[in-house]
Design a protein around this ligand. Structure first.
Ligand code: SF4
Length: 296
């Protein structure tokens, strides 16, 4: 059952999406056909997550873009660290929650707004045509106003005019990360896993970078809580796209950019880069540390 018409339109895409997700997640409103399709797709992804390794072997929008030195090491032929052997359940849960979110949003989105999920995307012109780079990708969701009159009770006219389309990327997170996500300053805080970079690449590929994009946190520890959609501005996305272009040019000509992420974020990067006794999550933390250019 779709979302009822509100007393006044939701002020932006973020709040409309939250309301749609909450409404569509209810057992009273979910469309059984959408639920069936989601469960079938999830079953396959869950199985793949737990019987196959999940490491990226190429540079792609979701991997090796957070720091210029990651792309440099990839093209140099350095081996990234492997993920833990038992990481599969985490990915499996992520796939399941993505599919359930798709089913909820498709069930409840009002008429006049098209919901596309797992849409295939051809990467932007500037994406390197190089064997170390994946040449295609998928976005979680694209929302498009297809009937302005039908959408008007749900979104203000100026929002529809400015942002007829909106890219949505869901991330499943634990409670700690959800809290950080809720107050993150995009473009300033360390984006260790390249979330904004990924959005920059895909919005540019789709020609909608000027609309910004929604990065949506799903709290996997508390699934009755609302999702947290945050709008990432066009300015942040354009600046990220520019940074990635330079990083790729340097990687291809094999110019070492040094510890780009560490230089940008200082102490805040230690946790990800594995410096100063911190664990480190970057898949190149060892080789990077052995070739340190940044000293205290
Ligand atoms: S350890 Fe930090 S600085 Fe080094 S490659 Fe990884 S993200 Fe970049």
């Amino acid at each position: 059952m779709t979302l009822p018409i509100p007393d006044k339109p939701y002020p932006d895409w973020s709040r409309l999406l939250s309301a749609v997700w909450m409404h569509g997640s209810s057992v009273c409103n979910i469309d059984p056909n959408e639920a069936n399709a989601a469960v079938d797709r999830a079953a396959e992804s869950i199985r793949d997550s737990i019987v196959e390794r999940n490491e990226a072997r190429n540079i792609r929008p979701s991997s090796f873009v957070a720091c210029g030195r990651q792309a440099y090491f990839m093209l140099k032929g350095e081996e990234p660290h492997k993920m833990p052997d038992n990481i599969g359940s985490t990915f499996a849960v992520g796939h399941l929650l993505h599919e359930l979110a798709y089913a909820a949003v498709k069930s409840a989105m009002p008429r006049g707004i098209l919901v596309e999920t797992e849409r295939a995307v051809t990467l932007p012109d500037w994406w390197p045509d190089h064997p170390a780079f994946n040449q295609s990708g998928h976005v979680d969701m694209v929302l498009t106003v297809t009937d302005i009159e039908a959408a008007l009770p749900f979104l203000p006219k100026d929002v529809i005019k400015r942002h007829t389309q909106m890219l949505v990327d869901f991330k499943t997170m634990g409670s700690f990360s959800v809290r950080k996500h809720g107050k993150a300053v995009f473009g300033d805080d360390p984006d260790a896993f390249g979330y904004t970079a990924q959005l920059a690449i895909y919005t540019d590929a789709l020609g909608i970078i000027d609309n910004g994009a929604l990065l949506v946190g799903i709290n996997r520890d508390s699934l009755t809580k609302p999702i947290i959609p945050r709008w990432v501005t066009p300015e942040v996305l354009k600046s990220e796209a520019q940074r990635i272009k330079v990083a790729f040019e340097m990687a291809i000509e094999q110019t070492d950019p040094g510890e780009e992420f560490l230089v940008r974020h200082g102490e805040d990067a230690y946790f990800f880069c594995g410096r100063k006794g911190k664990p480190g999550y970057c898949p190149f933390r060892t080789i990077c540390g052995e070739n340190a250019t940044v000293t205290d």
